[in-house]
Structure formats: structure tokens, C-alpha cells
Design a protein around this ligand. Structure first.
Ligand code: PA5
Length: 459
């Protein structure tokens, strides 16, 4: 396995609030119980994201369809939000060059440009729809429920443009949704739109290894098999109830312990890699929406995840991490080899900058990662480091699976269901009601009783 988790910076030897070996030993039964909980969940069939083999047939269908579609579209646009968008963004940023969309078709090897419209800001919607050539565009409408207002509004807007341009919808749309439920499934059947399945037991934020991620990846010519193989290898590696043999369990347990025992509930993920910078917001959504909950006993629990990127955030958030409240853990991702190799800093640097000359940008970035971890430890701030050989499809798959498993373990440790998100429902229902959705008329009274803006307090 070419992903290693270095926990040294979470231990008492490194920082005063860290865990002692005895303390970790005392947590072993809870960690083992979390692992048993995950196995029981798996037995109940609710952890579909681990069932990579069961998804093989649909994955092959995705790959075959994408291969047949090669060269037919200049732009591929994901319409989706939350777990239906963030994984595709992380994949794109990790596995495609930064200037991908600015490249000529030849420099993209005929592969499409790629866009993710994950909001309903009118400017973004207009810019996107005005900016693509509709006749050469495929919209991927991604929604597990097939009913999310933001995604459905985007879909209606795209569909309307396609219809006005007299384009065949089945050639310019594809859906990724539940196999049976929701509006998209019905529309796909009625209108002959290609539709791919998110297994019923795979929730939005756990869906990146389903067609939610693999369809965009396949259309972009990325290595879907390597992505899934990396994920499977990580899943198989995290099969032990023992902390020392299961990195996802160790990550979850130490994060949870940091909050329980040291009040460190802010969990920063800081890749020192531009390729992995969008993995951090993906993790933030996964950790926040899964774990920020009310327990059955009525306690409000959960960590507050924070996304950062090194070295950029050394000039933004690291001051806070170093000298602000001791309420955070920082997890670094240290990438050993960079896509395209090292880029040298030329030796002919001016005398004041001679210390840089002849070194490498990758060397500088990795040194800064080690230096920041060391500085935080010196300041008594707990850290962990995920060492990753390179940010390719295989390792990215491994990282996705690592964090997804850790989230399930953390759910058991915090005593919450990591697979639901009841806290987001009220806001959704009020929006539906205000828009006149027939199923949510009864929320009008709640809407009317919302605290009004008080003119005395509007400055
Ligand atoms: O993780 C989740 O379940 C959510 O963030 C969903 O992904 C998000 O709400 C979008 O839902 P859907 O895919 O049903 O449109």
C-alpha cells in the first residue's frame, strides 16, 4: 500500500494533549466496537460504497457508453450539488492538468472540457449556458434523489436551451440517479435519456466511486479501473478491528479522541498538493454532513472540518492554527512524487535568493509540509500526515475510501448515524413551500412564523 498514515504528531510524545500509548490502549475496545458497528452496517446492506464488486456491471456499462461517446462532445457539464458534485470536482482537479479547459482539443487528445455547475447563482448559470456550444455539449444531471431543487432548476434551464435549439435531448443529456425512484428516472424512461444507476444503498456524499464519479471520469478518459482498484485495496487494508492495523479506524479514533479528551473538534485537512486541493472540500462535506448531528439522547455532537491547502494557506490560515485556540487537529497530505516530475528552481538565482537556486519546487513544497508539521508540534498542536506516493487515480481511489470508512467509524464513535442528514430538511422544505411545491404547502405556517428582520437591527 502506497498510502501511509503517520500518527506521531497526535501522540503525547509530540504534543501535550496527544494520546499516550496506554490511553490509546484504553480506547481499543471503543475502536473495536466501531469496527464491529461498521461490519454490522455492511451486513445490513447500508454501506454500498464498499461494495465495489457489486457495482462492476454498471461500471462496465459506464465505461462502454463513455467509450462510444468519445469525440462526440466538446464540453461535459455536471449539474449537481453536494455529494453529487464535490467528488467529480476532486477527481477533475487531481487527475487533469490545471489548464485543461483552456487547452485546444488537440492538446486534450480530443477529450472534452469539463465543468461542474454546483450552485444556482444566476451569473454562474448564465455564464455556463452562454459559454458552451450546445450542439457539442453533454449535460450530466447527477442527483440520487432526482428531486433536489438546485439540480432540477439547472436541468430545466439546460433542457429548455437544448429544446429551443432543436437538439435531440437523448444526445445531449445523461442522468445519474437512483435505479427506480425520483423524477429523473421517470423522465429518462419516457424520453429515452441515457441513465446510470447510483445503488440505493449509496448515499450522495459516499457516491464518488459510483457513476457519480466514474461517468465523468470515463468521459474524460481517466483510469476508472485504477480509481476503483485503489479504493478496493484501501477497503481491504482496513479490515482489522485493531487501531494499528487499520488506518481509517486509527484516523477516526484519534480525531474523535482529540475532541472528546482535548476539546479539539476542528479538523483541518491540508493537502500539500494542488492536485489534491479539491479533496479537502469533498472531505469537509463528508465529515460535516455525516457527523454533525443530534444523538438519540439529544446531545449535539460533531467535529467542524476545515479545508486548507499547503503551501498557500501558510499565508492565510496557519497563523490561526499556530497561535489561535488549541481546538484543532491538522491532517497533512504529503505527496511524494508530482505528476510530470520535479520542476527545478534555476541555479542562476540572484545572490540574495541563492539558497533557492538549484533546488526544486516539489522539494520546497514538501519541505514546507514537514516544516509546518514540525512548527505546529512545537506549538503543541496535534497533527497527522497521510503520505501518498503520488496523486494518481489509484491513490485518489484509496483516499476516497479511507475517508469514507473513517466517517462510518467516526459515526459509531460519536453515536450518530453518518448516513442521514435530517438537519438539512427544514430549509429545503421551506424553500419548496415558498416556491409553491404542492407537497410542502403545509410549511406555510412555519414560513410565516419565521423571525422577521427587525428594522431596529438593520444598520
Ligand atoms: O451527501 C448527501 O446526501 C447530500 O449532500 C446530497 O449529495 C445532496 O443533497 C444532493 O442530493 P441529490 O444527489 O439527491 O440531488
Amino acid at each position: 500500500m502506497r498510502i501511509r498514515l503517520d500518527l506521531s504528531g497526535m501522540m503525547r510524545r509530540a504534543v501535550p494533549t496527544g494520546a499516550t500509548p496506554e490511553g490509546l490502549g484504553a480506547l481499543a475496545p471503543q475502536a473495536a466496537a466501531a469496527h464491529q458497528g461498521l461490519l454490522a452496517d455492511a451486513k445490513r446492506g447500508v454501506l454500498g460504497f464498499r461494495e465495489l464488486e457489486a457495482q462492476r456491471a454498471e461500471r462496465e456499462r459506464v465505461k462502454a457508453w463513455a467509450a462510444a461517446a468519445a469525440g462526440t462532445h466538446e464540453d461535459v457539464v455536471v449539474l449537481g450539488i453536494g455529494g453529487s458534485a464535490l467528488g467529480a470536482l476532486a477527481l477533475r482537479t487531481a487527475l487533469l492538468p490545471r489548464d485543461w479547459n483552456a487547452r485546444s482539443s488537440a492538446r486534450r487528445d480530443g477529450r472534452p472540457r469539463f465543468h461542474v455547475l454546483d450552485n444556482v447563482d444566476p451569473r454562474s448559470v448564465r455564464d455556463l449556458l452562454d459559454g458552451v456550444e450546445l450542439a457539442r455539449t453533454r449535460f450530466l444531471v447527477v442527483s440520487k434523489s432526482g428531486s433536489t431543487a438546485e439540480t432540477m432548476a439547472q436541468y430545466v434551464a439546460a433542457r429548455s436551451r437544448l429544446t429551443a435549439a432543436r437538439l435531440d435531448l437523448s444526445r445531449h443529456l445523461a442522468f445519474v440517479t437512483d435505479p427506480a425512484k425520483g423524477a429523473l428516472r421517470r423522465i429518462a424512461a419516457e424520453e429515452g435519456i441515457p441513465a446510470f444507476e447510483i445503488p440505493p444503498n449509496v448515499g450522495g456524499r459516499f457516491s464518488v466511486l459510483s457513476p457519480v464519479g466514474t461517468l465523468p471520469a470515463a468521459l474524460l478518459g481517466l483510469d476508472v479501473d485504477a480509481l476503483v482498484a485503489g479504493a478496493a485495496a484501501m477497503r481491504d487494508r482496513c479490515a482489522s478491528p485493531e487501531l494499528r492495523k487499520n488506518p481509517a479506524l486509527a484516523f477516526a479514533t484519534l480525531q474523535w479522541r482529540a475532541q472528546q479528551e482535548a476539546g479539539q473538534g476542528a479538523h483541518v485537512l491540508m493537502p500539500y498538493s494542488d492536485a489534491l486541493r479539491d479533496l479537502a472540500p469533498w472531505f469537509v462535506q463528508l465529515w460535516a454532513e455525516s457527523l454533525g448531528k443530534r444523538t438519540p439522547a439529544g446531545a449535539h455532537v460533531g467535529p467542524t472540518p476545515i479545508a486548507a491547502v499547503g503551501a498557500t494557506d501558510q499565508h492565510a490560515q496557519v497563523q490561526l492554527f499556530m497561535e489561535g485556540p488549541v481546538d484543532k487537529t491538522v491532517t497533512f497530505i504529503d505527496v511524494e512524487e508530482f505528476e510530470g516530475g520535479e520542476y527545478p528552481i534555476p541555479a542562476d538565482a540572484p545572490p540574495e535568493l541563492a539558497y533557492l537556486g538549484g533546488r526544486g519546487f516539489g522539494e520546497l513544497l514538501r519541505t514546507e509540509c514537514r516544516a509546518t508539521a514540525g512548527a505546529l508540534a512545537r506549538a503543541g498542536r496535534p497533527t497527522m500526515t497521510l503520505r501518498v506516493e503520488r496523486a494518481d487515480a489509484w491513490h485518489l481511489g484509496g483516499l476516497f475510501m479511507f475517508f469514507e470508512l473513517a466517517t462510518i467509524y467516526a459515526g459509531h464513535l460519536y453515536g450518530v448515524d453518518p448516513l442521514d442528514q435530517p438537519g438539512v430538511e427544514l430549509g429545503k422544505q421551506l424553500t419548496y413551500c415558498h416556491f409553491g411545491h404542492p407537497e410542502w404547502r403545509q410549511m406555510q405556517a412555519v414560513w410565516d412564523a419565521l423571525p422577521p428582520s427587525d428594522p431596529d437591527w438593520v444598520l
